[in-house]
Design a protein around this ligand. Sequence first.
Ligand code: SAM
Length: 425
Amino acid sequence: SEQSDRLSVFLLTGIYRFEGSNAMFIDPVRILNRSYTRFRVLPSAYYSRFFDSIADNSTETQNNCSRNSKKRKRNKKKEKSQNLNPREQIADQRHQEVRSMLLKAHEALIESSEFLEIVMNLRNDGCDKEKCETNVISQDTELDFVEVGSVWQAPLYEITLNFHQDEMMEKNAGFPLIQFYEQRVVQVFNNLVANEGSSDVEAEFLNHRYIVPKKSCFYMSDLGKIHNLIPAESDRGFNLIVIDPPWENSSAHQKLKYRTLPNRYFLSLPIKQFTHTVGSLVALWVTNKEKLRSFVENELFPKWGVKYAATFYWLKVKADGLLISELDLFHHRPYECVLLGYCHRDDMNSEHLLRLNHVPNNQVFISVPGDYSRKPPIGELLLEYVPGFRPARSIELFSREMIADWTSWGNEPLHFQDSRYFLRK
Ligand code: SAM
């Protein structure tokens, strides 16, 4: 049946498109796994939140429910009595405009009971419980790259890449498998570190192990050094640029996780210089704050030379499929937005300009969030709107992870490459 076709596509790709809807559900673990050959992303390490509330024991669940609904009622009361200032009113208006569209998307998920069963089990997908859990408990602390990168010795630090390649020797029928090992030691900060191979690389840095996907590279530096990534020739530029800036945020929790930057710093990002001669699709993650939205529309996109095209929505659900917070909660919306636009170089020919695809507005992708402020990998969902050639030349700015065929830049692009997030196949 059609339903089971869609299920098997999901199991393969991590993308489930709801019928007759602008919505899809995505499993970041499955999407990320396509970047790896010898390792796979540990689902229990990715899904570090939003699975705990779903207890096997039904009384526990009931308790949670009633507690939540009490809290909700309280919040609702608070909200009603709250007078929105003019800026908040605009934000609320934006919300009202997409509200029913988001509800419809969510309904599509809730109505797919067979699929919800799969969602509920994403956390212990394909690995026996014991193995998954022992790995997560590993207590060694993660490296703080920002700290390590700011000491005077930083330029001297090196990372060791252990290349491993299995190559089929067709001619040699008796011994078809040949294994290559090669070790490379390179400067880790302010340097483009690449794995051009078609197999994962295990890397070592300061007694930590990182898994580097096939055909990927990273440049780990502060914003001040980003210009080193501008390609010397414009036909070496990128046609897909994803950006998740460290926007300033009033939330105390976020402040602890990474440093933020005032908006004016992002004006100088060299988006146009990064853009390939065929143009680029630019995807920018934003918060729901109106001040930020108007900054992007009125200052940032114009300064970058990006023409706004559409908005996509990331709707966040818990493992049981319910929204992580109430849709109408003003300060805790269960969704985030990606603003999409096209950038073209001044030296781009008009033939290419005409061919910039049109992105449909209001696409919704639903997923269970991973770690705090970790965004789902949306590159693949954007691919059909990327101008020019395939495979796309893609770059992620302020990245904390690596993906096959992508360049990752930020001050901690190895963060989620820590071996604690992986299982050996
Ligand atoms: N998209 C990422 C993910 O899904 O995990 C999250 C990115 S987070 C919003 C912003 C990132 O920008 C953080 O990793 C932070 O360390 C980094 N960052 C903050 N200040 C920076 C700077 N001056 N230069 C480079 N990166 C910086």
